[in-house]
Write a protein that binds this ligand. Structure first.
Ligand code: P6P
Length: 338
């Protein structure tokens, strides 16, 4: 039985109880992750004070090396997760290659893929940023984690979630039993249940896109966004444009209020042949969450969760949000496909 204010530990154990043959390893993994999240939250929330605290150059007041926040977040997650015995391999946006758990640590049956601090370029403007994570089961033979354990379809994720470091720090996650949100109470250092069984509205009134790229989009995406600007009482158009430029912040708002986020492929920029966002540790975990909350996530051509990954840092177009909105997008996309 879930109740408001329940700690995330209690919630995770409740989720584990629903799987009689659960070993408790996923529980341990998620608890280790929440510890890392608390440490990152503390650092992100004081980042704005860096200059005030006199942390200049490469050394802070404690004589420690001051790293870029995303490198810091990556190290915190990696060091919190590498020795717990729950994982066989980890992969991060900050690391070129996947890193198997070394032989001097016990190895487990799970795989962790994460973006340690997405949107970190916004930190100086005090814009909300986030950590995104995806958890898979090991599928390769032997004890050692391998790249193939990382390259799995989003539809078979064991768990996915994100932290949003904003006016408060929240953790939103799913293990396939719906989506729940927990808000960090700094006075006790615990994530407490604040958003139970999150459902994304069937249709929103918000669209999120960097329209500065619109001339490089496919015809369907262009026509869809123009359609959203037309007046129509029945569908609530024109929609409002809300775009922070921080994926977790834009996604989180649309998850709670309803709406659609679009980052289509950029057809003129060879560096963004398939959009800008990464499949394994951005699009896929958010797609698992949004589908668990009643929404949809697509590239236009295929559901995000159905994509068979081919490489670790693979990019995909991402259109994600309220079910009716994403279905309308798909109709524009397919009708205008060259
Ligand atoms: P653009 C931040 O750099 C990020 O990776 C996501 O958090 C965000 O949604 C996107 O890029 C913004 O990209 O091209 O609009 O600046």
């Amino acid at each position: 039985m879930l109740n408001k204010g329940m700690s995330i530990q209690g919630h995770i154990v409740e989720q584990e109880r629903k799987h009689p043959n659960a070993s408790g390893s996923l529980t341990g993994l998620l608890m280790d992750l929440t510890y890392a999240a608390k440490v990152i939250s503390r650092e992100v929330n004081k980042a704005g004070l860096v200059d005030v605290l006199g942390m200049t150059g490469d050394k802070n007041v404690h004589g420690e090396e001051v790293k870029k926040l995303d490198e810091y977040a990556n190290d915190k997650i990696f060091n919190a997760m590498d020795h717990g015995g729950h994982l066989c391999i980890m992969a991060s946006e900050e690391m070129e290659e996947a890193v198997p758990i070394p032989d001097y640590y016990p190895k487990g049956k799970y795989v962790l893929l994460f973006d340690p601090l997405d949107g970190s370029s916004n930190i100086d403007a005090n814009v909300s940023i986030g950590t995104i994570f995806s958890i898979h089961r090991k599928i390769s033979d032997g004890n050692d984690g391998k790249l193939e354990d990382c390259l799995q379809k989003g539809s078979i994720q064991v768990a996915a979630g994100y932290l949003i470091y904003g006016s408060s720090t929240m953790l939103v996650y799913t293990t396939g039993q719906g989506v729940n949100g927990f808000t960090l109470d700094p006075s006790v250092g615990e994530f407490l249940l604040s958003h139970q069984d999150i459902r994304i509205p069937e249709r929103g009134r918000i669209y999120s896109a960097n329209e500065g790229n619109a001339k490089f989009w496919d015809a369907g995406s262009k026509r869809y966004v123009e359609y959203l600007k037309e007046k129509d009482a029945e569908t609530g158009r024109p929609y409002s444009l809300r775009y922070i430029g921080s994926l977790v912040a834009d996604f989180h708002r649309n998850l709670l209020y309803g709406g659609i986020f679009l980052y289509p492929a950029d057809l003129k920029d060879p560096s963004k042949p398939k959009g800008k966002l990464r499949l394994l540790y951005e699009a896929s975990p958010l797609a698992f969450i949004v589908e668990q909350a009643g929404g949809l996530a697509t590239t236009g051509d295929e559901d995000i969760l159905d994509i068979q990954p081919e490489e670790l840092h693979q990019k995909v177009p991402l259109i994600i949000g309220s079910k009716t909105d994403v279905l309308e997008y798909k109709s524009f996309y397919s009708e205008n496909k060259g």
